[in-house]
Design a protein around this ligand. Structure first.
Ligand SMILES: [Fe+2]
Ligand SMILES: [Fe+2]
Length: 259
């Protein structure tokens, strides 16, 4: 048992054992993969290196195909369970390959947005792809292992994993080539930057979750230490509500005027 993959393996078990979550996760994966494919297509217009262009074109096609494979499988499963709610437009709430929130920097696949290719250049973009694809490969192999009892879905993960390995391989080769060309410093900086962005993304996610828990804890404390005790106190100290008989009879003769 790999201790580094244990948390993901543990969390993902429930995704596949619950039929509703299984369908929704496949739909979520589909959107994530399509998002990745479209992101690469958008970045393509800034790529001048013809070899890199060819690989990125194939990469984009692969991601779009993965999205379609997941979507079709979810559709097949949904036929048997039409009442299961479809996922929202925010698939990342269900499952996120980058394990971070969607923001301006990273999409749900852990890719930089296409703007970054123009701003940061090819080395940075390929370093980011390399790290994101390694993460995707690791994540998909865990899901494939957990879905062994569903041969059709298992086969889809097998197919996709072959492509993910190619994505890791070609991006690694480009980084290696740039190192050979004397651009080691740039490659190292790009990898550190890409790792740093992911780390920042993860920390933001953890802190936002942590903040949410702290908020809940404060609400509970306020509720049990202030709201409930004061509500009880006011209940027992207030006179009973409703009509009550006057303590002494009012003498009509004493009423001379209403003012
Ligand atoms: Fe993919
Ligand atoms: Fe990929």
């Amino acid at each position: 048992m790999n201790i580094f993959t244990f948390p993901l393996r543990f969390r993902s078990k429930t995704l596949w054992s619950d039929p509703a979550r299984k369908i929704q996760t496949l739909e979520s994966f589909s959107q994530t993969e399509i998002d990745a494919g479209e992101s690469i297509l958008r970045a393509l217009k800034y790529v001048n290196n013809p070899h890199l262009r060819e690989h990125l074109k194939r990469h984009a096609k692969d991601e779009l195909r993965h999205g379609e494979l997941f979507r079709k499988r979810a559709q097949e499963l949904r036929k048997h369970r039409p009442s299961i709610a479809s996922i929202s437009n925010k698939p990342d709430r269900l499952y996120n390959l980058s394990r971070g929130n969607v923001d301006a920097e990273l999409n749900s696949h852990g890719f930089f947005t296409s703007d970054h290719f123009e701003k940061l250049g090819e080395i940075m973009y390929v370093a980011m792809l390399n790290i994101a694809e390694k993460k995707a490969e690791k994540s998909f192999s865990i899901h494939r292992d957990l879905i062994r009892n569903d041969l059709k879905t298992y086969a889809i993960f097998e197919k996709i994993l072959k492509d993910e390995r190619y994505h890791v391989s070609y991006t690694s080769k480009f980084l290696q080539q740039w190192r050979k060309e004397g651009r080691t410093k740039q490659v190292n900086e790009a990898l550190s930057f890409a790792h740093g962005s992911r780390l920042l993304n993860t920390l933001t996610r953890i802190s936002s979750r942590f903040g949410e828990h702290i908020g809940h804890a404060i609400l509970y404390i306020v509720y049990f230490t202030i709201v409930i005790p004061f509500a009880l106190l006011s209940k027992f100290s207030c006179p009973s509500k409703g009509w009550s008989s006057p303590t002494s009879k009012l003498d009509a003769n004493q009423l001379h005027s209403q003012f």
